[in-house]
Design a protein. Structure first.
Length: 86
């Protein structure tokens, strides 16, 4: 059985690949050249990729917290949200 590379084993390692694929899906959908069925399939795939990216970012954030203060990671300050939910 083949060993997984570090990029395959962790969502953090897959982040850039998932983000790139998500960007490509968005470009295809914005071009308007997909059928309804293709658009729905692309949308479903995009939601999955988005969730993978979110999970990778959360894991990366946890790793930074652990490195910053390995004795008390729970006392570290959370990162500020950069979302534009207004």
């Amino acid at each position: 059985m083949a060993k997984k590379s570090p990029n395959e084993a962790s969502p953090v390692g897959q982040f850039e690949q998932s983000l790139e694929e998500l960007e490509q899906l968005v470009e295809k959908m914005e071009a308007g050249d997909l059928s309804l069925e293709q658009s729905l399939t692309a949308y479903e795939r995009g939601v999955g990729l988005y969730r993978q990216c979110q999970q990778a970012l959360e894991q990366a954030q946890l790793r930074v917290r652990l490195v910053s203060d390995p004795a008390q990671p729970e006392k570290s300050e959370p990162f500020e949200s950069t979302s534009n939910d207004d």
